[in-house]
Design a protein around this ligand. Structure first.
Ligand SMILES: C[S@@+](CC[C@H](N)C(=O)[O-])C[C@H]1O[C@@H](n2cnc3c(N)ncnc32)[C@H](O)[C@@H]1O
Length: 285
């Protein structure tokens, strides 16, 4: 076109956009196969009990960010508490809807599922408890993304309400694993795939960005499935940084546990389980 100029991206534009694509892929790939997700984390149920107990204690309504296949929302509803689950990936939401069908009607009616990106959440109501279970905030890849997510939580909290979430405690041994090496992680049966897989995990850690990319490799042993290689990108939140981000977003930590049994956070903990409240006064941000 006469007079127009072709804008060529610089190398750093390219690196930035490739990196963003990597993060997008690492945030969705695992969740696009909801049956596989449920099979992989079948045994991880303690967090659901923890959040359901918290919900019973605080009362509803509860807002669950990253509701996934509905594992936590269903437990909350079973305790007689209303819950709104927000989820971005349609496959996860569809499986959550199937899970709801297995609930007694009274409990089912307590659950509302909404397909949206939590970063654009606009429900126009406030909640006694906002939860972000099972490492959701590890998909916030830097402090400003976490800050943004915490602002969303704060805007949706009723006065006196609580925010609760968990993220892994960075495991230095794991982060130091040599990139490219795969470790055996057992087997997983996915009934919907009619397949039993051998599971191996590897990954690498970008220490400057504090992002670990885990690669799940699933090889079919029996059945109809094919080999799957799934990346999962997770920001590592070191404890002091997490508390600073909460403080900057106007939250005060009420409890900081090291597991879902409410034991204190220490060097052996696997997770950081945080319960916070909005601090008095508003932060100037
Ligand atoms: C680790 S799963 C946890 C699912 C569920 N809470 C559980 O305990 O099994 C994280 C979920 O958050 C969803 N998610 C990630 N980023 C999101 C976003 N920005 N908005 C809404 N959902 C998001 C993912 O699609 C995924 O289903």
């Amino acid at each position: 076109m006469p007079g127009s100029t072709l804008r060529l991206g610089t190398r750093s534009d390219l690196v930035r956009s490739t990196w963003k694509r990597t993060l997008r892929h690492g945030t969705r790939a695992l969740y696009e196969d909801a049956a596989l997700y449920d099979a992989l984390y079948r045994r991880w149920t303690r967090h659901a009990r923890f959040y359901a107990e918290l919900a019973a204690r605080h009362g509803g309504p509860v807002l669950e960010l990253g509701a996934g296949t509905g594992r936590v929302a269903v437990e909350i509803a079973r305790r007689g508490v209303d819950v709104v689950g927000v989820e971005a990936v349609p496959a996860m939401l569809a499986r959550a809807r199937e899970r709801l069908l297995r609930l007694p009607v009274a409990a089912r009616e307590r659950v509302t599922l909404v397909r949206t990106d939590m970063r654009r959440l606009a429900l126009g109501r406030r909640f006694r408890l906002v939860i972000a279970p099972f490492n959701l905030f590890m998909h916030c890849y830097d402090a400003s993304e976490l800050q943004h997510a915490l602002d969303v939580c704060r805007r949706n909290l009723a006065p006196g309400g609580r925010l609760a979430f968990d993220v892994l405690l960075p495991d230095l041994k794991r982060l130091a694993e040599p990139p490219g090496r795969l470790y055996s992680a057992g087997h997983v049966v996915v009934p919907e795939h009619r397949t039993r897989y051998r599971l191996r995990e590897g990954g690498h850690y970008d220490a400057a960005r504090q992002i670990r990319t885990t690669v799940l490799v699933l090889d079919p042993l029996t059945g109809a499935g094919r080999q799957r290689v799934i990346p999962l990108t997770q920001r590592q939140w070191f404890p002091a940084e997490l508390v600073s981000c909460l403080d900057a977003a106007g939250f005060a930590v009420v409890h900081r546990f090291g597991d879902f049994e409410r034991n204190a956070l220490d060097a052996q903990s696997a997770s950081q389980v945080i319960v916070a409240r909005a601090s008095m006064g508003t932060r100037s941000r």
